[in-house]
Design a protein around this ligand. Structure first.
Ligand code: DAH
Length: 356
């Protein structure tokens, strides 16, 4: 009996030491295998009497059962341990914050453009887009700025050879060419109806008023804290039979007060010169409160559209009159958000851009 207890104990100890299923199967072989210790004891019974065989056989069987039970327990323990290890390896921490896909946003100048479009849209203005690569006819000549006009030197830009009314040869220096492009299309639409498609000469029939803004990119040879070689402008044009400077003042004042959400904003129309308007005015604004209060800030050029420009639109200047303005959305954005360096808008630094 004692020898059997010792065998059972050493089997239990061997199984406990096994840390992999393979170790355990090797340990099992030492006791229950073909020449294992229990098997050897069974073989040793051949010489015993029948009675001795009975009692010895029964005790050996008990020991064998104890070893098998230990084996089963250890197998289960190893299987459980493996399962736990696997679960740990595949564990999901459901308390971790979700992975965020970086949310983009509109550029501050785009926000300004949308704001300008919404405000003028609410006043009945159409929004037009036009080419950034322009011909000097639309960019200068049609805007009453002939080839030898000194105003051209203030609009130095990127040129290629050639250029004609139809062949673009420069990067537009302002959005004003859109005045001509849009008006010509508008006039074509209504003069062909009125004249049965002939549309020769200047139009003096009936047509709905031209009321449009044209936002977009513009280019000049200029680069410092307040000038960038690429910048934005938004043109405005209102032409009809009875549109006056008073309308310009009303529309632009309303726009500025809405844009800056400031009802006591004051505007000043300061006499100036542009070849395509006569008279011309620079528009300055003044805040009555806030960090910029009391200073006059220039925001746009404007004026009554010059009769030569009205003619280049295909309209009879004896009948049609109107005003135009051109403003800088970059500058409006700087004023609205208190940004003091224009270059920040074009550096593409997310730390700056994510603030809007
Ligand atoms: N195109 C002018 C510029 O870039 C701005 C301007 C002035 C536009 C007067 C206008 C205007 O439409 O009437 O400096």
């Amino acid at each position: 009996m004692n020898d059997l207890n010792a065998i059972v104990e050493s089997a239990q100890a061997a199984f406990a030491q096994a840390i992999t299923p393979a170790d355990l199967e090797n340990a099992k072989a030492l006791f229950l295998g073909k020449s294992g210790r229990i098997t050897e004891l069974m073989k040793g019974m051949a010489a015993l009497t029948v009675d001795e065989k009975k009692s010895r056989g029964a005790t050996i069987n008990l020991a064998k059962q104890a070893i098998e039970a230990a084996l089963t327990d250890r197998r289960q323990a190893l299987a459980d341990a493996e399962m736990q290890a696997q679960l740990r390896a595949e564990a999901l921490d459901v308390t971790l914050p979700g992975r965020q896909s970086g949310q983009g946003g509109l550029h501050p100048v785009s926000l300004t453009m949308e704001r300008i479009e919404a405000i003028f849209g609410s006043m009945g203005f159409d929004v037009a887009q036009g080419p950034e690569i322009e011909s000097d006819w639309f960019n200068f000549t049609a805007l009453n700025t002939p080839e030898d006009h000194p105003a051209r030197s203030m609009h130095d830009t990127f040129y290629v050879e050639g250029g004609s009314e139809t062949a673009p040869n420069l990067l537009r220096t302002h959005t004003s060419p859109m005045q001509i492009r849009y008006a010509v299309q508008h006039v074509k639409k209504y003069s062909s109806k009125a004249n049965g498609g002939e549309g020769q000469g200047l139009f003096s029939g009936d047509m709905p008023e031209i009321r449009v803004i044209a936002p977009g990119r513009t280019y000049r040879v200029d680069s410092d804290a307040t000038h960038s070689p690429m910048f934005h402008q938004c043109e405005g044009l209102w032409v009809g039979e009875n549109v006056s400077f008073k309308d310009l003042k009303f529309v632009f004042t309303d726009f500025c007060r809405t844009f800056f959400e400031s009802d006591d904003l004051v505007l000043r129309f300061r006499p100036s010169f542009f070849p395509f308007t006569e008279p011309s005015a620079e528009i300055d604004i003044q805040f009555q409160s806030g960090p910029l209060a009391g200073r006059w800030l220039e925001v746009a050029g404007s004026g009554q559209v010059h009769p030569n420009v009205i003619r280049n639109m295909g309209l009879d200047p004896e009948k049609f009159i109107g005003f135009a303005f051109g403003m800088g959305p970059d500058r409006l954005t700087m004023l609205r958000y208190g940004v003091n360096d224009l270059r920040l808008f074009f550096d593409g630094d997310v730390r700056f851009l994510s603030q809007f």
